[in-house]
Design a protein around this ligand. Structure first.
Ligand code: PMP
Ligand code: GLN
Length: 376
C-alpha cells in the first residue's frame, strides 16, 4: 500500500549518489560548489554565540519580513504587508507543498507545465487531486492553446516556474497578458508562481508575477534564498500571498514546521543590509558564458539559456541511447554527472537532452568541459 505509488527516488538524489560513487564531476544536482560569501558565514559565526537559538514567530523573524518587503518593493515596485502577506518557509519546496495542501481540494485539477521541476506533483496527489500535465512547445515557450483547453471548472491552480528549471527559459510580457486573460475567464484558479531563480536572468529582465497588477490578488509567489545567496543547504525561502489565501496557508504551515530555523533567518536579515541580490545576475551570466564557451569544441549542441544556472544540451550527435542511460554512461565512462530531461516530462518524452549545472567554480567547469569535449 502506497499513497504515492508512482513516485520514486528523486533524480537529483540518484545522480548525485552515482557521481560520488564514480568520483565524477557533479554537474547534475543544482547546487554551487564555491565558497559562500564570507560576510554571511561571519554573521552566522557571530550569531552562533548569541541568543538566537529559540523559536521565532510563526510567520518569520519580523526584521527579515520587513526587509523582504523592501526587497520586493525595490525589485518590482510592489508594496506588500509583511504581517499578513509574507511567510518565511523552509525553502521553496515547503512553500510549494504548504500552498498546495492548503488550497487544493479532493478531485481538483492542477495544471503543471512539462518539462516541470519535480516537487509539484506529489503534493497534488496527496490532496487526492489530479495533476494535469500540459507540454510546453518544443522551444519551451508555453502552449497557451493547450493550457486553455486543459482549463475547466475543476481547475484549482496553475503552476508556473519562471525562470524555468530545467530549460532556462523565461516568460515574456505577452505570455503574461495571455495568462491574465485566461485567469479572467476562470476566477477560481489560483496561480502558483515558482520564481526561485528570479534574480538569475541574463539577456532579458525577469518579469515577476509581483509586477502584474491583475495577478496579485490571486497569486502565490515563491522565492528561495538558497538560490539567491548560494546556500541551498539552508533550506530557507519565502512566499507572498494575498491575505485571504495566506490565512489558509498559515494554517498548514503552523503544523508542518511552525517556524523556520532561527539562526538562518537572523543571518539573512543582517546580510540583506550588506548585499544586493542583483550581484548574482552578472556573476552567473559570466559563468553561463564561460561554460558555453568551454563547450564550443564539443559535440554537444547547446540550447539557449535565458536564466537559472542550468544549461540544457543535446547529445543527439553523440548517441541515440535514451537520456537516462546516456547520463549513466557519462558518469561511468567520462566522469561527468548531468540530469536527463525526460525525467521532467510526465510521459517520459526523450529528446536526447541533458541538463548541466554551471553553478560551479571555474576549475570545476574547465575540468568538466575538458572531459565533455573529449567525447567523440
Ligand atoms: N523550485 C525550483 C524550480 C527549483 O529548482 C528548486 C530547487 N532547486 C526548488 C523549487 C526548491 O527550492 P528550495 O531548495 O529552496 O526548497
Ligand atoms: N533544485 C535542484 C535542481 O534542480 C535540486 C534540489 C533537490 O535536490 N531536491 O537540481
Amino acid at each position: 500500500m502506497s499513497k504515492l505509488p508512482h513516485i520514486g527516488t528523486s533524480i537529483f538524489t540518484i545522480m548525485s549518489k552515482m557521481a560520488t560513487e564514480y568520483n565524477a564531476i557533479n554537474l547534475s544536482q543544482g547546487f554551487p560548489n564555491f565558497q559562500v560569501d564570507e560576510r554571511l558565514t561571519d554573521i552566522v559565526a557571530k550569531l552562533a554565540k548569541q541568543n538566537v537559538h529559540q523559536y521565532l514567530p510563526m510567520s518569520g523573524y519580523p526584521p527579515l519580513l520587513s526587509k523582504i518587503a523592501i526587497l520586493v518593493k525595490n525589485s518590482y515596485g510592489r508594496a506588500i504587508q509583511p504581517e499578513t502577506e509574507l511567510l518565511i518557509t523552509a525553502g521553496a519546496t515547503q512553500a510549494i507543498f504548504t500552498t498546495i495542501q492548503a488550497l487544493v481540494e479532493i478531485n481538483d485539477e492542477v495544471i503543471i507545465l512539462d518539462p516541470s521541476y519535480d516537487c509539484y506533483e506529489a503534493p497534488v496527489l496527496l490532496c487526492n487531486a489530479n495533476p494535469v500535465r500540459v507540454s510546453l512547445n518544443d522551444d519551451y515557450t508555453p502552449n497557451w492553446d493547450r493550457i486553455e483547453k486543459a482549463c475547466n471548472w475543476k481547475t484549482k491552480m496553475i503552476i508556473i516556474n519562471n525562470p524555468h528549471n530545467p530549460t532556462g527559459k523565461i516568460l515574456n510580457g505577452s505570455d503574461f497578458k495571455i495568462l491574465e486573460l485566461l485567469l479572467e475567464k476562470y476566477p477560481k484558479i489560483t496561480l502558483l508562481s515558482d520564481e526561485v531563480y528570479e534574480y538569475i536572468t541574463f539577456d532579458e529582465k525577469h518579469i515577476s508575477a509581483h509586477s502584474r497588477e491583475k495577478l496579485l490578488h490571486r497569486c502565490v509567489m515563491v522565492s528561495s534564498f538558497g538560490k539567491s545567496f548560494h546556500v541551498t543547504g539552508w533550506k530557507i525561502g519565502y512566499l507572498v500571498a494575498p491575505e485571504y489565501l495566506m490565512k489558509e496557508i498559515k494554517k498548514v504551515h503552523q503544523f508542518l514546521v511552525f517556524s523556520v530555523n532561527s539562526i538562518c533567518q537572523v543571518a539573512i536579515s543582517e546580510y540583506l543590509d550588506l548585499v544586493s541580490v542583483n550581484e548574482i545576475r552578472s556573476f552567473y551570466e559570466e559563468k553561463r558564458n564561460y561554460f558555453r564557451q568551454l563547450l564550443q569544441g564539443s559535440k554537444f549542441e547547446l540550447m539557449p539559456c535565458e536564466g537559472t544556472y542550468f544549461q540544457v544540451a543535446s547529445y543527439a550527435s553523440i548517441s541515440d541511447i535514451n537520456d537516462v542511460d546516456f547520463c549513466k554512461w557519462l558518469i561511468v565512462e567520462h566522469g561527468v554527472a548531468a540530469i536527463p530531461i525526460s525525467i521532467f516530462h510526465a510521459d517520459g518524452k526523450d529528446l536526447k537532452l541533458i541538463r548541466f549545472c554551471f553553478a560551479k567554480n571555474n576549475d570545476t567547469l574547465e575540468a568538466a568541459a575538458k572531459r565533455l569535449c573529449a567525447i567523440q
